[in-house]
Design a protein around this ligand. Structure first.
Ligand SMILES: Cc1cc2nc3c(=O)[nH]c(=O)nc-3n(C[C@H](O)[C@H](O)[C@H](O)COP(=O)(O)OP(=O)(O)OC[C@H]3O[C@@H](n4cnc5c(N)ncnc54)[C@H](O)[C@@H]3O)c2cc1C
Length: 509
């Protein structure tokens, strides 16, 4: 197999991957950035939202308070050293975006915004996709950067300290091996495992599984955030929780689905302050009712926006409706909503220098776990990608600087197949896994539902054991099945409700 050799391979071209590339290029290293999509992709450039909120401490004194809140909101399951680095470096990263000419949206209130789950106002900015892309595309002129787009990573190899490799499947289904001294994993989360999700990564293997196979430890996988979003019209459009207090959610007969809930006014008021479902707050009953309604009726509850909703004086409502208007999204119709898998707080375990448990493999952004814990303060996921992207780039540069690439032959023999004769069975299996995980273990989990999910996926494994698939499809199916088992075991082990992990068969921790 022909093979190209680089100092570092970066898997992913979202904010984490791009930020790490900038640091490696500063150090004149030869890098290969691989993405299944295009440069500037992933959740970092999700087209179904207005932009991405980013938060930081208001000043030096505010750092301590923000850190305490991250740890509290994360239910003490974040790694405080990582959270502290995030708080320390986030403002520098946001300022750097500004210096690169990226148009950062400002908060309406000069004092900042209280991010979701937080208790105090913070420095707030909105990341703008268009000017972000304009600024980042400049790095593609650097001859030390090779971009392999529309190329799926289907396997990772760790054949020695400075002998790494990844196998990719290109758009024409040809397979290529790329080698390097080090790898940075910036491949985002694994929300694609759930039927309703915001993932744009629906046809690639789960990188966390491939990383785990070569020895990268995984942590906090059970902490996956779900937020209400549009089922129709405009499937996968983000809902803005701030409007909860201005709408009535109705069933198919036009009845308010929350009418029998005690103390609903206070609960709605609380629910308007945060996006993702959380077991820490009483108002999570609203998400549970929304989800149960969908489960029981196979259709979603709906609402209609009141007139002049966009005129409300709130930074987040203002930006949201501005974007809806600009992108010509129709807000006059009935909007049907249900919880969607949105972001992952768990993933590959990293140290303060973004190194993983495998020498020479680094990771950053949503692919990792430990920066946030069981729940995450809103606006810190983009910041995580930027801060730890930069750190991963610096660490990989250091790792590569004084070392020599050692060539290797693959220890595994590959049967390279371009065609999936049983493609429809493969597609059905993937769809089934997504349905099982969404129905049984999205926002409501119990020992019984987790074990049911495991059993059903085990049956899929048995039924697809011998099907004829291309090398890429085979790798993807294996990753979906095996990573589901790992994920379900994490959910099973975490026997109590904590943060965004809800065990309906236990008391809240
Ligand atoms: C709708 C939505 C709204 C959000 N809003 C906010 C917000 O307001 N504030 C906030 O802080 N966070 C928000 N987030 C989360 C935030 O956007 C992400 O956590 C962050 O951008 C992740 O960046 P990343 O670089 O780690 O990964 P991503 O941006 O997801 O990039 C992943 C990259 O990896 C590539 N990849 C994955 N698998 C493979 C493979 N097998 N082979 C090749 N390439 C692969 C993808 O193509 C992509 O290029 C939001 C997320 C969504 C979906």
């Amino acid at each position: 197999m022909d093979c190209k050799v680089f100092d570092t391979i970066i898997i992913g071209a979202g904010l984490g991957g791009i930020r790490s590339a900038q640091e490696l290029l500063k150090n004149n290293l030869k890098i290969c950035m691989i993405t299944s999509k295009d440069f500037c992709s992933g959740a970092s450039f999700y087209p179904g939202t207005w932009g991405l909120g980013m938060v930081g401490p208001k000043n030096e004194e505010d750092k301590k308070d923000l850190l305490e809140n991250i740890i509290k909101v994360g239910c003490k399951l974040s790694n405080p050293k990582l959270s502290s680095i995030l708080v320390d470096k986030v403002n520098d990263e946001i300022n750097l975006l500004d210096k690169q000419g990226i148009n950062l949206k400002k908060s309406v209130d000069e004092d900042g915004v209280i991010p979701c789950f937080d208790s105090n106002k913070r420095r707030w900015f909105g990341f703008d996709f268009k000017t972000g892309k304009d600024a980042f595309y400049k790095i593609l002129d650097n001859e030390n950067l090779t971009l392999l787009n529309k190329s799926k990573v289907i396997n990772i190899f760790n054949e020695g300290e400075t002998s790494k490799g990844v196998l990719i499947e290109k758009e024409d289904k040809s397979i290529e091996l790329v080698k390097s001294k080090s790898i940075i994993i910036a491949s985002g989360g694994y929300t694609c495992l759930f039927k309703h999700n915001f993932s744009l990564e629906l046809d690639s293997p789960i990188i966390q599984y491939l990383a785990n196979k070569v020895g990268c430890e995984l942590i906090n996988l059970e902490f996956i955030q779900f937020i209400p979003a549009y089922m129709k019209p405009m499937y996968k459009t983000v809902f803005n929780e701030r409007v909860f207090k201005y709408i009535t959610i109705k069933d198919k007969n036009g009845e308010d689905i929350l009418k029998d809930v005690n103390d609903i006014e206070n609960l709605i008021s609380e629910r308007s302050t945060y996006g993702p479902f959380s077991t820490r707050l009483r108002s999570n009953i609203i998400d549970k009712i929304l989800f149960k309604y969908y489960q029981d009726n196979n259709e979603c509850a709906y609402f209609e926006y009141p007139d002049n909703i966009e005129g409300i004086n709130d930074t987040l409502i203002y930006n949201y409706f501005n974007w809806m208007k600009e992108s010509k999204k129709d807000t006059d119709k009935k909007i049907y909503i249900t919880p969607f898998a949105h972001a992952c707080n768990g993933g590959i375990k990293i140290n303060e220098d973004a190194s993983t448990t495998v020498n020479g493999i680094f990771a950053c952004g949503e692919a990792t776990g430990g920066v946030h814990g069981a729940d995450r303060i809103g606006g810190l996921s983009t910041c995580n990608a930027l801060v730890f992207g930069a750190i991963a780039g610096k660490s990989a540069s250091k790792y590569c600087k004084n070392s020599t690439f050692k060539d290797f032959d693959l220890s595994i023999n590959y049967d390279l197949k371009k065609e999936s004769k049983d493609y429809s069975r493969f597609k059905n299996a993937i769809d089934e896994i997504r349905k099982i995980l969404y129905n049984k273990v999205s926002i409501l989990r119990s020992k019984e539902s987790i074990l049911d999910a495991k059993n059903e996926i085990r049956k899929i494994k048995e039924n697809t054991f011998n099907i004829e698939l291309s090398t890429g499809d085979k790798a993807m199916l294996e990753s979906y099945i095996e990573f589901s088992f790992i994920l379900l075991d994490h959910m099973l082990k975490q026997g109590k409700s904590i943060g965004c992990h809800c065990r309906v068969d236990s008391q809240t921790k």
